[in-house]
Structures are given as structure tokens and as C-alpha cells.
Design a protein around this ligand. Structure first.
Ligand code: C2E
Ligand code: MG
Ligand code: MG
Ligand code: MG
Length: 273
């Protein structure tokens, strides 16, 4: 009996694996087709000054207009796009549109943030290509920022250092995304030319919970103190309530983004593309 059950389990397991493999292959060929069709587009979410909610910047967020399944968020395809290597071309399709939108989105200064996969930092062509897109849009380096995760830096190779130096030379600020969720090996913050941190939304969510807890705000407070001492700008992610905004301001955070201020949205029609 045990033997039969065991065989059944492994057959189910094999069938599951086969299905998963087919699903990945399907998604991969859909990604390829959509690359050719131009189905990837940035949505833009405002980054605001917490004090008066004025928009100071925008984050470009990848969206996939799947020909059959409709609008898809990165969570449903990013891992396949990364594992297949297709993310590189997908990113460029998004970066091109995001950078072309700078003059329209930031008429009086401000900047657009793009999310950069780690693999781009290994390419010497990455920063020159961004600069070419900026020139084409008539925009400057300070109007663009790149968001990287801690993991991208910890790979720590020569080419990563080179790309970050190139970014700095181009006037493009690099900022750490989802700060606090990674390895938090803080030494990289002064080893690399980083200009800003984005506090992960899990810490922002905690600000509303456990109102009696003494630890409330402790992590965010510690990140802000550290950022001040390293002269880094801070942006809080995922602000959903007035209470979170209030608490962040009390802790000395000046910038933020989240559904409370605005959802990611496509550029309105009539945009320069
Ligand atoms: P991220 O860079 O940390 O982006 C923030 C995510 O939080 C976005 O999810 C955004 O829509 C969502 N968000 C914003 N405000 C709130 C809020 O108040 N509450 C909650 N619960 N969520 C909020 P999205 O657009 O699904 O993107 C997920 C991730 O995909 C991004 O996380 C980023 O790591 C990655 N990504 C986005 N665009 C690109 C891209 O162009 N290229 C690459 N390689 N990755 C991208
Ligand atoms: Mg981001
Ligand atoms: Mg983030
Ligand atoms: Mg994230």
C-alpha cells in the first residue's frame, strides 16, 4: 500500500512538473511575441512631498498588455522574463517610453525612476544607451533615476562598479529599492555611489499596526537616521493611509509614494511616445 501511494505521489509530482514546464514555455513564447508587438508599457506612479502631497517625481512600472489575458502586473511574469533573459529587451521597451515621457511628466524639474534588472549593470552599453535615450528626449541625467535592489549590488563585480561610476558621471542617481528586505549588509552604501533609499512597504505597513507597541516606527526611524548620516535621500513606499503618512512625517521622512497619493496609471492619450 505504501508503495502504491508512493508511486501515485511521484506520478502526480511528475505531472505537476510537466504542467509547470509547459506553463513556463507558454509564457516565454507569449513574452517573445509581445516584445515584437510592443505590448509592454510603463505605468507611472507619483512620488510626492509628504508635507503637501505635491508630485516631485514618477516611478515607471512595467505593465504587459497580453493579447489574450489583458493587463498583467510584473508579479505574474517577471520571474519567467528574468530566467529566460527576455527581461533585458522588455526593460528597454519600457525605458524607451519612460524616458521619452520625461519632458511631459517633469516640465518643471523632477525626475522619472526606472526599475533596473541586475543584469543590465553587467553591460558596459547600459549607461551610454540610457544617455542616448535622454538626449533623444531632450532630457538631462538628473531627470532620470535608476532603482536597484540590494542583491544587484552584492554581486559586487567589477562591471557593477563600472556601471555605477558611469551613472554618476552621467548625473543619473542610483537608488536602492525595497530597502531593508535584502541582505542589509550596509557596507555597500558607502562603497557604491548611491544617492537615495526607498523604504520597503512592509515597514510602512507596520506603522499602522500595533499602536501600543514600543517598537512601532523603530525600523523606519533607524533607516532614516542612518540615511541622514550617510547623506542619502529617503522615499517611503506603499503609503496607503493618512496615519502612515502622519507617522512618516513625524519620523522625519519627507518623500513617499503609495495608493494613498496615487495609483500607477498610463500616460494620458496625446502623449509624446
Ligand atoms: P517596486 O519597484 O518595489 O514597485 C513598487 C510596487 O508596489 C509596484 O508594484 C506598485 O504598483 C506597488 N505599489 C505602489 N503603491 C502601493 C501601495 O500603496 N500599496 C501596495 N500594496 N502596493 C503599492 P508592481 O507595479 O506590481 O511592480 C512590482 C515590482 O516589479 C516592482 O517593485 C519592481 O521590482 C518590478 N518592476 C516594475 N517595473 C519594472 C521594470 O520596468 N523592469 C523591471 N526589471 N522590473 C520592474
Ligand atoms: Mg521600484
Ligand atoms: Mg520597491
Ligand atoms: Mg518591490
Amino acid at each position: 500500500r505504501a508503495k502504491a501511494a508512493g508511486r501515485n505521489t511521484s506520478e502526480t509530482f511528475d505531472a505537476g512538473l510537466r504542467l509547470e514546464a509547459l506553463r513556463v514555455l507558454d509564457l516565454e513564447s507569449d513574452l517573445r511575441r509581445s516584445l515584437a508587438r510592443g505590448d509592454f508599457e510603463p505605468y507611472f506612479q507619483p512620488i510626492v512631498a509628504l508635507e503637501d502631497a505635491r508630485t516631485v517625481a514618477h516611478e515607471a512600472l512595467l505593465r504587459w498588455h497580453h493579447p489574450v489575458r489583458g493587463l498583467l502586473l510584473p508579479g505574474s511574469f517577471l520571474s519567467v522574463a528574468q530566467d529566460s533573459g527576455l527581461i533585458e529587451q522588455i526593460d528597454w521597451q519600457v525605458f524607451e517610453q519612460a524616458i521619452a515621457a520625461i519632458p511631459r511628466l517633469c516640465p518643471d524639474g523632477g525626475y522619472v525612476c526606472i526599475n533596473v534588472s541586475p543584469r543590465h549593470l553587467h553591460s558596459r552599453a547600459f549607461v551610454p544607451r540610457l544617455q542616448a535615450l535622454l538626449a533623444k528626449a531632450g532630457a538631462e541625467g538628473r531627470q532620470l533615476r535608476v532603482e536597484l535592489t540590494e542583491g544587484a549590488l552584492l554581486e559586487g563585480s567589477e562591471s557593477v562598479h563600472h556601471s555605477l561610476a558611469q551613472l554618476r558621471g552621467a548625473g543619473i542617481i542610483a537608488q536602492i529599492d525595497d530597502f531593508g528586505t535584502g541582505y542589509s549588509a550596509l557596507s555597500y552604501l558607502h562603497r557604491f555611489p548611491i544617492g537615495a533609499l526607498k523604504i520597503d512597504r512592509s515597514f510602512v505597513a507596520d506603522l499602522d499596526k500595533d499602536p501600543a507597541g514600543s517598537g512601532r516606527g523603530a525600523v523606519v526611524g533607524a533607516i532614516l537616521a542612518m540615511a541622514r548620516s550617510l547623506d542619502l535621500e529617503v522615499i517611503a513606499e506603499g503609503i496607503e493611509s493618512p496615519g502612515q503618512r502622519e507617522m512618516l512625517m513625524k519620523l522625519g521622512c519627507q518623500l513617499g509614494q503609495g495608493y494613498f497619493f496615487g495609483h500607477p496609471l498610463p500616460l494620458p492619450p496625446g502623449s509624446v511616445r
